[in-house]
Unconditional design. Structure first.
Length: 45
């Protein structure tokens, strides 16, 4: 398996952090779940 470097724009990191904060307001731990799912790539479209 070949692994490539991935560069994430600062704006995308800001969006991810805002999304996490939003979901943290909904219920404890949901923001972490949101972030972890996006970072891992284990999500369904």
């Amino acid at each position: 398996m070949k692994i490539n470097d991935v560069f994430i724009l600062e704006e995308a990191v800001d969006d991810l952090n805002e999304g996490k904060a939003f979901y943290d307001l909904q219920a404890t731990g949901i923001g972490d779940y949101f972030r972890d799912c996006l970072i891992s790539g284990n999500y369904e479209t």
